[in-house]
Design a protein around this ligand. Sequence first.
Ligand code: AHR
Length: 514
Amino acid sequence: MTSFTKIPDGETPSIEVTLSRVVSDINPLMYGGFLEHMGRCIYGGIYDPDNKHGAIDENGFRIDVIEAFKELQIPVIRYPGGNFVATYHWEDGVGPREQRPRRWDPAWKAEESNHFGTNEFMNFCDLVGTKPYLALNMGTGTLDEALNWVEYCNSTRNTHYANLRRAHGREEPYNVKYWALGNETWGPWQVEEDTKENYAKRALQWAKALKLADPNIELILCGKNGYDDWDRYVLQECVDLVDMHSIHLYTYSHDFKENVTAPRAAERAIQITASLAELALINNPTGGWRPNGYKPPSAPPKICFDEWNVYDDQQAPGDEGGEQAYNLSDALGVAVWLNVFIRQSKHIGMANLAQSVNVLGPISTRRDGGPGLVRQTLWWPLLLFSKYMRGKTLGVHLRSSTYEGSTSPDFIRKTTPTPWLDVSCAYDEEAGFVNLAVVNVNDEADIAADLDLSDALPAKEVQVFTVGGGDVDVKATNFDGVERVGVVETTWTASAQYTFPKHSFTLLRWSVKA
Ligand code: AHR
């Protein structure tokens, strides 16, 4: 955890890095993605079999998107929703394509061809080298269907659904490890919105049955935002049989300072959820009935932050495809989000940017289907974090004055300090590199900070990656294909002070002296 001392305005801030202050491992699943049947995420995003521009491979997948996923090193992908999953019947999406039923999707008010389904998703995961994470339909779906899906994906037995998979051309099981017990089942917009009492009762029974079917799976409970009574209640009831607790949060404000400090809400959400998970375990020390061989939990469930992003739902309404033109302000918001995950890595079992292509995506495909992607502003902090912020979180000590204006949501102002420099630090022990990620959330002033690197002194020059800053307009986007926001790479001979440009994200990366 980064420790923090508030100093008066005008005093020089400082960042202290010490190698001995290791907080926890950084779970690589933190850099997960999400593909939903929504807008142009699947069709026209990753999958476009009728593409006439030579942009696809022999399976109908977009080649440039596959490459982009590989570059981001997305380790796990959540699928097929989202709100979409509340009426999704997985059997519609397997078998000969021409026989798959077209359905109406009430979540996004769209026709669904079902031409992309389980096997196409698994193939895509294989191609990009990522793990699948499937969400179960706890809206109109039944436990039977869920059990059948697990059997279809994972079973080696001589039973109907395992044999159906074989008949569809796949002998080996997919061994899908991660399964979500529904999505946002608390939401008034859901088909079959539920109460926390009823959901918890069902989730526990589903969990028992699913683990009986396959004891190797990990189940993700459907939480809310992490600080709602729903989270407390469902954790309390289901802690015995679930492996992670899911929370969702989208942040956004038109105002720059509100937008970039907004992800601090996620930090509180994570801390509160972690305490609720702990409380559930404390109150339930012996546990209830468990399937044979299934051990009682020895630690509280980790958090699966399986939907997060900066999202302006006025600019990019979900039922119009949710394609947001991200600007520099949003990219810096994403950098603060990622700083939050690094700082709180101890509690994070998985996180999934919502979503990966076109819909709120860091990459956008052309509407005419032509090759060539737009790398939205979000791409750059995501890429830098995914490439470098790995290994272990180091707790840095930050001294800084704070932003005292309005925040969105308002509770940030009341519960959490918002220093002008938002900082996280990762130590990749294997490679011998320290990576210091700093967002200057002030759009009016560069900030010079003292760097106290004690036992983490650079062996050589420091690599510097900067997104934004100086002349780049906080409203600048890349959406029309012109790359106004990118990353500038330089080097810096370490000295006692570094100046972080106004409205910028800076990653300082150095190998430490042996
Ligand atoms: O990511 C867009 C939508 O936001 C998801 O479908 C839903 O789960 C959330 O409300």
